[in-house]
Design a protein around this ligand. Structure first.
Ligand code: FAD
Length: 428
């Protein structure tokens, strides 16, 4: 007699949610197939440091195989998922291979939302992948190089104007890092321009930066941004993005801002995979394409399909959808893994409950805001907390050590050693 084959779990996406789910299944009698189109897990919260030359891509990415090498019940497959056969319980890969499952966990993340203007993306790149980060790094550093060689004052000013669209945590962090580069890192390196003359504009359509934070921290963040040289333009809507200029409208007529470096950090939407799954499983989606999940993170009518992380619209205690942040994805992954394990033991667990540990964002060198609910602080102490938490959450010890050493070096020398232009700006 042959032994019954173990329960087959497919996890699509080796990001925060997918990886946490795989780890939560380590003691379960299952065979897990983790599918990701990349061979690495990326710590997106530190991508802006790659984009601004503070860290190298390898510092914030770890091979999925290395992370999971001791977990014998996981098989990693590097390929893109392009289709779901929900009735036949199979996932279809780009190369046509079909992989069967008993339970399916889909956690393929999100992408940026250009609010109906996909054509803006080529002029205002997003920050989502390693390639995005190295492209942005190339554009920023090329801008200073071009300004150095430019004789025309108007063009030089355009090269030294950096517009960041969207003042959420990523926009604020990028703007702060750019201010640090121009005011400290590049000081004395150029002969014909002063990098400190750079204009760094942080444009936000809403009335405030860091909209999700309490007003006291927003005020602190705004003051810090101004002090370090970032010009904040809130209540200012971007109406057009063209090769070398941004058009904005702050309610008093349109204004055209010539700028050679325009970066996009505004709004997110679900990946196309969410739409594919929604159609295949007849699932409901929200305004930005996320799949609306049940309290146990499954799709209505499909207890075998879980949707997690940035792809999922999951209601929090207050009835609003939970934010697209790493702790939500991590906790959902752990929950889904445990639920599958418990089901196999003939038990169940209650609905998913998010434990909110708080939020934090850096604002350049030695400044941050931290909102833990019971503690709201800004400044140096907040920055130390930010450093510590981000180090702890990096996936492997090796990366933690390397990032710690790199940060210590950068802090004391004002340097950023990963200042390589690996993607030249062909748009010059
Ligand atoms: C620049 C930036 C800064 C951020 N800063 C913070 C922060 O400071 N704090 C915080 O909490 N959160 C932050 N976030 C948000 C956080 O990174 C996300 O909420 C989190 O990554 C979501 O996890 P996830 O597992 O849902 O998706 P992801 O981590 O995005 O993982 C999705 C995975 O799916 C894979 N994938 C996608 N499509 C397919 C496919 N078709 N086939 C196979 N694989 C596929 C991708 O390669 C990826 O590995 C930031 C995000 C960005 C972009």
């Amino acid at each position: 007699m042959t032994a019954p084959s173990p329960h087959r779990v497919i996890i699509v996406g080796g990001g925060f949610a997918g990886l946490s789910a795989a780890r939560a299944l380590r003691k379960a009698p299952v065979r897990v197939t983790l599918i990701d189109r990349r061979n690495f897990h990326l710590f997106q919260p530190l991508l802006y440091q790659v984009a601004t030359g503070g860290l190298s891509p390898a510092n914030i990415a770890s091979p999925l195989r290395a992370i999971l090498k001791r977990q014998k019940n996981v098989n990693v497959v590097m390929e893109e998922v392009v289709e779901f056969d929900v009735a036949g319980r199979e996932v279809v890969l780009r190369d046509g291979v079909r992989i069967p499952y008993d339970s399916l966990i889909v956690a393929a993340g999100a992408r940026y939302n250009y609010f109906g203007h996909p054509e803006w993306e080529q002029f205002a790149p997003p920050l989502k992948t390693v390639e995005d980060a190295t492209t942005i790094r190339g554009r920023i550093l090329t801008a200073f190089e071009e300004a150095e060689r430019e004789a025309d004052p108007a063009l030089r000013k355009a090269w030294l104007t950096f517009v960041i669209i969207g003042a959420g945590p990523t926009g604020v962090e990028l703007a702060g890092a750019l201010a640090e580069i121009s005011r400290h890192t590049l000081a004395r390196e150029f002969r014909h321009v002063n990098p400190a003359d750079a204009t760094i504009l942080l444009v936000e359509a809403g009335p405030r930066v860091l909209a999700a934070y309490p007003q006291s921290l927003i005020d602190k963040a705004q003051r810090t941004l101004q002090r370090i040289g970032v010009t904040v333009r809130t209540a200012t809507k971007v109406t057009n993005v063209e090769p070398h200029q941004v058009t904005v409208d702050a309610g008093q007529g349109v204004e055209v801002i010539p700028a050679r470096t325009i970066l996009w950090t505004a709004g997110v939407q679900a990946t196309p995979l969410a739409g594919l799954l929604a159609r295949a499983a007849d699932a409901e989606t929200d305004r930005i394409g996320r799949i609306i999940v049940q309290p146990d993170l499954t799709i209505a009518g499909h207890p075998e399909i879980f949707v997690l992380g940035d792809m999922a619209h999951c209601k929090g205690k207050d009835g609003n959808p939970l934010p697209g942040i790493a702790p939500v994805a991590n906790q959902q992954g752990t929950y889904a893994g445990k639920l599958i394990h418990k089901r196999l033991l003939g038990r169940t667990v209650g609905p998913f409950k998010y434990f909110d540990k708080g939020t934090m964002a850096t604002i350049g060198r030695a400044a941050a805001v931290v909102d833990l609910g019971w503690l709201r602080i800004g400044g140096y102490l907040a920055w130390l907390m930010w450093l510590f938490i981000h180090l702890m959450y990096l996936v492997r010890f090796e990366n933690r050590l390397l990032v710690f050493l790199q940060w210590a070096y950068n802090y004391f020398t004002f340097n950023r050693s990963a200042r390589l232009i690996t993607h030249p700006n062909d748009d010059r």
